[in-house]
Design a protein around this ligand. Structure first.
Ligand code: ADA
Length: 563
């Protein structure tokens, strides 16, 4: 019997703190910079988006971060980067581990053993737009693209044989059966003897047969308490071998999509909430746990049960909090309004698949994640994008048959790929980017949804659940106007009042992710002419989380919704 000490033989160090730093500017070839020849002249925290800090605000070019960590001599391990932007080369002791550009995506990088115990970690980071180097990110995305190491970095020192990944899937809510598939680092191993611990209790022992380093087994938690957004009950699971302990948390919940409804544990739910960017005016996307909790408390207070993580994989620490506090999360990979130029770029295509696969694998065990998404507002009205839409849908289904997959479409009437998604998700801004030259065109909101439902019915798509994945209006915090014109808090209030009323009263609408939780910095180019202050101002809160008038309307409808 093994004891229930968490991560017992797997030593983990958090490398967050002050690192050496230098900004080198517009280097010609960051691919060939020698990490041993760099002189550092500054210090920078990790996590950070360095270009959000006053000294480097708005710069584009190459930056280098450096820190040191210790390992016992001859000990190998891996580094876990929970999220970076935009392009990186990672070195340990001067040896390159990997060059990658997967903004916001968690990545594990094995590093070799050394005779020395003091190890040097260097990250060469570039935040310039470049279709080859950074295929997933474009200058025109409507949220500011920062450089840096946005999220925590950990060094893991596992035992020689260790579990690299496990999916712990509660498959039967009444019997309490849980299926596990696990991967170990050594593909030649043919079996693994392990104990399962649930919370503080030993559950069962298993002899797991391994093929090519992969094994499956089932255990049982009798009479499990179910997880929902209102009752977010979690179980702490530890898979323990002689050498290793691999820990996660799970929630018993089942997501089904049937007869035009989204059901959690067999009960239809209406998803009520916001699109949420990880953004702060002073720190860019490098948010602290304090900010995460602040945002989640504000959303709870308004009666929200739903968050769309727009438009990239959310911080694992944020997902942990959503598990604990109870939110249903639409977790999507990075994309924004991609067009033919992107779809015809093989690097973009492959990076989309890679980041989506990594996103699913790294957030599989989070009970809060109930929907996978990709390619926000891509060209889903054009045949040229068909292969990638189809491949991403298939990838989601292969990696995870237990959750629905979808994409936020801006083409309710012309979309070509609704058959390749489990729910229909529509982004639209009737009455904001208005059709007619009318003052306060709020009547366009109901008219649009009436038209969409007639169209979907005719197209034979009524059996698919329907969510509004974005809708909203801009308001400048503090701008009060007796005429209630566009950009006033009053117009946004009336706008969100109209849409929230429709959402809670219309059974055909299975959910809404209002655009957006709070204001966030966007383009630094002439495109900002449509974005006063160079911010997207459609937040119900401003960038410092101060509520606008619309807060009261959303709270009124969401908190009083009874189902
Ligand atoms: C799109 C996009 C959002 C935001 C929004 C807006 O729907 O997905 O990121 O740009 O439009 O504010 O217009």
């Amino acid at each position: 019997m093994h004891c229930n000490s968490l991560m017992k033989n797997r030593h983990i160090d958090l490398l967050d703190g002050m690192w050496d730093f230098v900004f080198l500017g517009e280097t010609e070839a960051p691919e060939s910079l020698d990490p041993t020849e760099i002189s550092y002249n500054d210090r920078m925290p990790v996590p950070s988006a360095y270009d959000a800090y006053p000294r480097y605000a708005g710069v584009r070019g190459t930056a280098v971060y450096r820190t040191f960590f210790t390992t016992p001599p001859k000990q190998s391990g891996f580094l876990r980067f929970s999220g970076t932007g935009m392009w990186n080369r990672i070195f340990v002791d001067g040896v390159e581990l990997k060059t990658f550009s997967l903004p916001y995506t968690p990545i594990d990088l094995p590093f070799p053993a050394s005779e020395q115990s003091k190890r040097e970690l260097v990250v060469i980071n570039d935040n310039r737009f470049d279709a080859q180097r950074v295929p997933l990110q474009e200058y025109y995305y409507d949220f500011y693209a920062y450089g840096g190491i946005y999220r925590s970095v950990e060094v893991h020192l596992p035992p020689p044989l260790y579990i690299t990944e496990a999916r712990v899937n509660p498959v039967d809510l009444s019997s309490g059966d849980v299926d596990v598939i696990l991967w170990v680092n050594d593909k030649t191993q043919t079996s693994l003897s392990l104990d399962v611990w649930v919370d503080e209790n030993q559950n069962a022992q298993h002899e797991v047969v391994l093929t090519e380093g992969v094994g499956t087994f089932r255990f049982n938690i009798p009479s499990p308490k179910l997880w929902t957004a209102e009752t977010p009950h979690l179980y702490q699971i530890s898979l323990q071998t002689e050498q290793d302990a691999w820990d996660t948390r799970i929630g018993f919940r089942e997501i089904t999509v049937e007869d035009g409804q989204i059901q959690i544990n067999g009960t239809p739910v209406k998803l009520l909430g916001y699109c949420h960017h990880e953004a702060h005016p002073q720190f860019g996307p490098a948010l602290s746990i304090q900010t995460h909790v602040q945002d989640l408390q504000l959303m709870k207070d308004m009666g929200c049960n739903f968050i769309r993580g727009s438009h990239y994989p959310m911080d694992p620490a944020f997902l942990d909090l959503c598990d604990e506090l109870g939110f249903y999360v639409f977790q999507e990979s990075l994309g924004w309004g991609n067009r033919e130029k992107n779809f015809s770029n093989e690097d973009f295509h492959q990076s989309q698949l890679e980041q989506t696969r990594k996103m699913i694998r790294s957030s599989w065990n989070h009970a809060c994640v109930i929907i996978w998404g990709y390619l926000n507002e891509g060209a889903s009205n054009e045949e040229f994008s068909g292969p990638l839409y189809r491949e991403l849908y298939e990838l989601c289904k292969q990696e995870d048959p237990t959750r629905p997959a979808t994409y936020a479409s801006m083409y309710p009437f012309e979309d070509l790929f609704f058959e390749h998604c489990d729910l229909i998700s529509i982004n639209n801004y009737p009455g904001w980017y208005a059709q007619l030259d009318k003052v306060r065109p709020l009547d366009e909101i109901d008219a649009l949804f009436d038209k969409i439902f007639i169209h979907l019915e005719k197209a034979g798509l009524s059996h698919k659940p329907f969510i509004i994945s974005e809708i909203g209006a801009g308001a400048i915090y503090g701008w009060r106007d007796p005429l209630k014109a566009h950009w006033s808090e009053e117009y946004q209030l009336d706008y969100l009042d109209t849409i929230c009323k429709r959402v809670v009263e219309d059974q055909r609408i299975n959910g809404v992710a209002l655009w957006q939780f709070c204001d966030g910095r966007t383009y630094s180019s002439a495109q900002a002419l449509q974005r006063p202050r160079a911010f997207n101002n459609k937040g119900t809160f401003d960038e410092y989380r101060r509520p606008k008038m619309s807060y009261a309307a959303v709270k009124k409808y969401f908190t009083s919704f009874k189902g």
